[in-house]
Design a protein around this ligand. Structure first.
Ligand SMILES: C[S@@+](CC[C@H](N)C(=O)[O-])C[C@H]1O[C@@H](n2cnc3c(N)ncnc32)[C@H](O)[C@@H]1O
Length: 415
C-alpha cells in the first residue's frame, strides 16, 4: 500500500546528499537496486522482493519500521504500541492540524464565474477552491476526475501524471471532500476500476463503504493479452454510520425490445412485483455514453443526465447541496438545477460551456423527461403497449386483481 511513494523518499535522500540523478542510480546499484525496479515501484506501486527492499533500506540508512511509517502505515505487529501511546500521538497530530485550520480561516472567497438561484460555479483548481467551503456543509459530492489516461482537455488541464503523483493528488482532494461533507453525506467517485482499487483502500479508513457500483460500459479499444475493459467503477461511501438520505431507485423489468417478453422468468412471483419497478442493484447496465452530437455539450468526456439523476435523487432531497469538483460540461449542475437541489461547482478548464448549458436547459429537460418515461415503472408505456398487443401480462392486471380481491375481502368482512 502506497509503496510507490518510496521513490520520492529515495529522491529526497539523494537531494540531501547532493546527488545528481545519475549519481543516485549509481549509488542505488551499489545497494543491489536497479533503476528499472525502482521505476516499476513508482509506476505500479508493487511491493519489492526482500532482496531489493533490503537494498533500498541500506541506501536510505533506515529500518523497515521507519520506512513503513514514512509510507504512512502502522508497521505490522506494532498496532499495540500505537494504542498504548495515543496521547503522545494525538498531541503531535493536533498541533499539525491547528496550523491547517488557521490557514483555512485566512482564505478569501473567490468570485464565482457564474451563479443561479440554486448554485455557484467557480473557475479554478479544485484544491484551492475547496478551501472556501466550510466543514460539514454538503449533502452529496459527485466526482468524475481525469483518469490519468493522457486524454485531451482544455489548455492548462493535464491528464498525465506519474502513478504516485496522481494518487497523491487524488488523496488530497478526497480529504477535502470528506471535510466538507455533512455527517451522513454521500461521496460518489467515478473512475476506471484500476484507480478505484487504490481509492477504496484509502476511503475505507475514513468513510463508510456502501457500494462498489459497476457501470457497464465499453471504453477504449480491446487491448492485446487483456480482457476488454467494459466497466467503470462508481464508489459510494458515506460520512458516519449511515446515509442521511437514501431514496430507493427502481428500474423497469428487462424485456426483449422486439416482443416485450421479460428476459428473466419471474414465474409465480409476477403478482408480488412492485408496479414501480425492480429495485436497482449495484450493477448498472442502463447507462449509455454521451456520444451523439445532439446531446453532447463539448468534445471531451461528458456523463449522461440519467447517471446524475440517479445519484442525486438517491442521495439527496430537494433543497440539499450537491458539490462537483470537476464540472466538465456541467451535467451535475444541470441535473441539480432541474431537480431543485442547490449546487457548488468547480472547473479548471472552460466554464463558458457550463454557463451556456445552464442558461438554456431545454435540451437537458428533454433528456430528463426521457429518463422519467422509464423511471419507477415496472413497464414503461411503450413496453406496456407491446406486451398488451402480444397478450403478455402487465402489472395493471395484478393491480386490478388485487383491487377486486380486496373489494371481495371487504364485502366478505361486511357480510
Ligand atoms: C472527466 S471530466 C468531467 C466531466 C463531467 N462529469 C461531465 O459530465 O461533463 C473532468 C474535468 O475536470 C477538470 N479538471 C481537471 N483538473 C482539475 C482541477 N484540478 N480542478 C478542477 N477541475 C479540474 C477538467 O478540465 C475536466 O473538464
Amino acid at each position: 500500500m502506497r509503496f510507490f511513494s518510496v521513490f520520492d523518499i529515495v529522491k529526497n535522500k539523494a537531494n540531501q546528499l547532493g546527488y545528481t540523478e545519475t549519481e543516485m542510480y549509481a549509488s542505488l546499484k551499489n545497494h543491489n537496486v536497479n533503476k528499472k525496479d525502482l521505476l516499476a515501484y513508482k509506476e505500479n506501486g508493487v511491493i519489492p522482493t526482500d532482496k531489493v527492499l533490503n537494498g533500498i533500506l541500506s541506501y536510505l540508512g533506515m529500518t523497515k519500521v521507519e520506512l513503513e511509517l514514512k509510507l504512512g502505515r502502522i508497521p505490522a505487529g506494532l498496532e499495540d504500541v500505537f494504542l498504548n501511546h495515543t496521547k503522545e500521538i494525538a498531541k503531535i497530530l493536533e498541533d499539525k492540524n491547528s496550523v491547517k485550520l488557521n490557514e483555512f480561516n485566512s482564505i478569501q472567497e473567490t468570485k464565482p464565474y457564474f451563479y443561479t438561484d440554486l448554485g455557484k460555479l467557480y473557475n479554478g483548481d479544485c484544491l484551492e477552491l475547496f478551501k472556501q467551503v466550510p466543514d460539514d456543509n454538503v449533502d452529496t459530492i459527485f466526482a468524475d476526475p481525469p483518469f490519468n489516461l493522457d486524454k485531451e482537455y482544455d489548455e492548462g488541464v493535464t491528464d498525465k501524471n506519474s502513478f504516485s503523483g496522481y494518487l497523491d493528488w487524488y488523496y488530497k482532494w478526497i480529504d477535502e471532500c470528506i471535510r466538507v461533507l455533512k455527517p451522513g453525506g454521500s461521496l460518489f467517485i467515478y473512475n476506471i476500476p484500476k484507480w478505484n482499487t487504490y481509492l477504496s483502500g484509502y476511503l475505507n479508513r475514513k468513510l463508510n463503504f456502501r457500494n462498489w457500483i459497476t457501470v457497464d460500459m465499453k471504453f477504449g479499444l480491446p487491448i492485446q493479452n487483456r480482457l476488454y475493459p467494459a466497466n467503470y467503477s462508481l464508489l459510494y461511501y458515506v460520512k458516519g454510520d449511515k446515509p442521511k438520505t437514501f431514496n430507493v431507485q427502481r428500474i423497469p423489468l428487462q424485456t426483449c425490445p422486439h416482443c416485450g417478453r421479460e428476459i428473466k422468468d419471474y414465474g409465480g412471483y409476477k403478482n408480488k412485483m412492485n408496479p414501480k419497478g425492480v429495485t436497482l442493484s449495484d450493477v448498472w447496465s442502463d447507462i449509455y455514453p454521451v456520444r451523439h452530437s445532439s446531446s453532447k455539450n463539448r468534445k471531451f468526456n461528458e456523463l449522461s443526465v440519467k447517471l446524475l439523476d440517479r445519484i442525486i435523487t438517491m442521495s439527496t432531497n430537494e433543497g440539499d447541496v450537491v458539490l462537483d469538483p470537476f464540472g466538465g460540461s456541467g451535467t451535475t449542475f444541470a441535473v441539480s438545477e432541474m431537480l431543485g437541489r442547490k449546487w457548488i461547482g468547480f472547473e479548471l478548464g472552460n466554464c463558458e460551456i457550463i454557463k451556456e448549458r445552464l442558461e438554456n436547459k431545454d435540451k437537458d429537460r428533454k433528456l430528463l423527461d426521457k429518463v422519467y418515461e422509464e423511471k419507477n415503472k415496472l413497464f414503461p408505456d411503450k413496453v406496456k403497449e407491446l406486451r398488451k398487443k402480444n397478450g403478455l401480462w402487465i402489472d395493471d392486471d395484478f393491480r386490478q386483481d388485487n383491487e377486486e380481491n380486496s373489494e371481495g375481502d371487504k364485502k366478505k368482512r361486511k357480510q
